[in-house]
Design a protein around this ligand. Structure first.
Ligand code: ATP
Length: 248
């Protein structure tokens, strides 16, 4: 059913360096099969929220000091990212982070590392990824470091798909990309969601595009959710129009 909740973030507080309170009680839920958008300006706390979910805050001296995060009802706060991938949750980080000296295809193959799938299955998944990203197929023998920003974003997403995730946490897919490419990436997210049933939680500063593709949105301001609702309603909300959609 559409309303089965996968991820539940309940009133979390995050503090960096023991003193900097960045998330001040954030709650959200991510339904299975949906595209949920986490919106808000620079520094609102979107990335911090995603990193709290995938337990990536420690390396930045951040910690969740209050609240709970559950996936399918199980507490996931203390799982390391690899264990989380095994549960079906993978994060695509802002800035993409490919292995620059490996080829595009080798990068994709690294996405399958936590799986015990056979070579044939992995080959099939590679073909699946290439159907969504024909551009990556064309570039499969190229060294990843020499591909464009758009191709690297595709690669990051393609690599995540190679782990056959149930849920993808996608941080700022539009970052640094020309409008046409942003549109293309979101179209792909939408078809992966529809055809593969992958659930998305995406953080995005580009409210306009995010609210056209997402089903539901949360707006963060200074570490708090100030508004949430179905994307279609948020798009029509006067405050959202004024503060987040510019004149459009
Ligand atoms: P952006 O789009 O710029 O990534 P964001 O909404 O994702 O914005 P966060 O990156 O989560 O925001 O940052 C939220 C706040 O936490 C900001 O004020 C930022 O300066 C602060 N912050 C982020 N990382 C750290 C850190 N490692 N140490 C201290 N403060 C941090």
């Amino acid at each position: 059913p559409q309303d089965e909740t996968l991820l539940e973030v309940n009133n979390i507080e995050v503090i960096y360096n023991h003193v900097i309170l960045v998330l001040k009680g954030v709650s959200l839920s991510v339904p299975k099969g949906g595209i949920t958008a986490l919106l808000g300006g620079n520094g609102a706390g979107k990335t911090t929220t995603l990193k709290a979910v995938s337990n990536l805050l420690h390396s930045e001296r951040g910690e969740v000091t209050k609240g709970q995060i559950t996936y399918r009802g199980d507490r996931i706060q203390d799982l390391d990212p690899a264990a989380l991938v095994k549960r079906g949750v993978i994060q695509v980080m802002e800035g993409r982070h490919c292995f620059e000296h490996l080829t595009v295809e080798e990068n994709l193959m690294t996405g399958a590392y936590t799986r015990s799938a056979s070579g044939a299955e992995i080959q099939q998944d590679l073909e699946m990824v290439y159907t969504y990203f024909p551009r990556l197929k064309e570039r499969r023998k190229s060294q990843a470091g020499y591909t464009s920003g758009g191709e690297q974003q595709m690669l990051a997403l393609g690599r995540a798909l190679m782990s056959r995730p149930e849920t993808i946490l996608l941080d700022e897919p539009s970052m640094g990309l020309a409008p046409q490419l942003v549109e293309q990436i979101f179209e792909i997210v939408k078809s992966v969601n529809e055809n593969e049933g992958v659930t998305f939680l995406l953080a995005e500063q580009n409210t306009n595009v995010a609210l056209r593709f997402a089903h539901y949105g949360y707006i963060l301001e200074s570490g708090r959710v100030v508004m949430d609702g179905p994307a279609a309603e948020l798009r029509e909300n006067p405050d959202v129009k004024e503060f987040y959609l510019g004149m459009s």
